[in-house]
Design a protein around this ligand. Structure first.
Ligand code: FE2
Length: 326
């Protein structure tokens, strides 16, 4: 029997299906982002309109029907409230109508677990980098088995920092890849660099980069911003790697699609004799398959499914508050 996963924490509504660790479907639909960003209620409305079509796509892709589904998992958080609520409602409706078990999944943990699963790593150090999040995590058993956050941003996620810079530079979405394209062939200009132990901060760097656009080539500023912010992430990750002596490192989340960040992290990992891995891009961007995968892991661990009436959303649901049962 298969597990269906629903992701709706931000601009992407995704429905994935897995069966014993095999990903059978990963249907998704993304809200078209404009230069003005996202208005949460409009994104939620967009998600509502896509539900029927996405369910059909996921079933068509997997060759399965609802009768083959045993459980449903959904993103409980973190994320944007109105968007999370749509996935929550769909999951509860399916669970109630078709008598499915229901599991609540943490979005950050799903990003880590799918990269770990695809690379077949058992206990990696994870750098989770997306629009709203930037954290360094690894599993610890003290005082209970959970992902401990060893380092994180003091202010905004590296993805939002790149997005904000890209808007100021007049680039088009997808902003992260627009910055990468602009940066090609640029030369380095000194920029603020803020790492405190295994934590880091991006707002000062963003402000400086935007102000530098006035008197420098946008190419050089984009190149320097990328090199500086990724170096900060690499320094903090390397410190965590040296502290924990992990044998593998993964990068996951939307910014894990960056070729340059992957290249830099591969160098960090190899200099410590650790393996390095990441998931294909469709699983770094938000997706339903990662939610289905974690729901299946929770189910296989023997942990109890939730009562439908207890299933809600939590915008501030932190990865380090989740007990790992698998
Ligand atoms: Fe995400």
């Amino acid at each position: 029997m298969a597990v269906l996963g629903i992701e709706s924490s931000a601009h992407t509504f995704g429905i994935g299906i897995v069966d014993r660790g095999k990903i059978l479907a990963n249907a998704k639909r993304m809200y078209p982002i404009s230069g003005k960003g996202m208005i949460p209620m409009r994104v939620a409305d967009f998600h509502v309109r896509g539900i029927k079509g996405l369910l059909k796509s996921a079933f068509d892709e997997s060759g399965l029907g609802i009768k083959d589904i045993e459980s449903v998992g959904y993103t409980m958080g973190p994320g944007i409230g109105p968007c999370l609520s749509i996935g929550n409602t769909v999951a509860k409706t399916l669970a109630s109508k078709y008598k499915l078990k229901i599991y609540q999944v943490n979005h950050a943990i799903a990003h880590i677990e799918i990269a770990k699963h695809i690379n077949r790593f058992s206990d990696p150090l994870a750098l989770y980098v997306s629009g709203g999040n930037s954290q360094i995590l690894a599993i610890t058993n003290e005082p209970f088995k959970h992902y401990r956050v060893y380092g994180e941003t003091f202010d905004i996620g590296v993805g939002n920092m790149l997005d904000n810079f890209a808007r100021a530079a007049g680039l088009k979405p997808a902003w992260g890849s627009s910055v990468a394209k602009l940066a090609a062939g640029g030369k380095y200009l000194p920029m603020p660099y803020t790492v405190k132990g295994m934590d880091f901060a991006f707002t000062g760097l963003q402000t400086k980069a935007v102000s530098m656009l006035r008197s420098n080539s946008a190419k050089d500023v984009a190149f320097s911003l990328q090199e500086t912010s990724f170096s900060m992430l690499c320094e903090a990750t390397e410190r965590a790697l040296a502290l924990l002596n992990k044998k593998s490192v993964i990068v996951c989340g939307g910014v894990a699609q960056s070729q340059r960040l992957r290249e830099m992290l591969a160098t960090v990992a190899s200099s410590h004799g650790a393996r390095f891995g990441f998931a294909p891009d469709q699983y770094n961007a938000d997706n339903g398959a990662m939610i289905a995968l974690v729901a299946e892991k929770i189910m296989a661990s023997g942990a109890k499914s939730s009562r439908i009436a207890d299933c809600g959303v939590r915008q501030d649901y932190r990865a380090d508050s989740v007990r790992i049962t698998w």
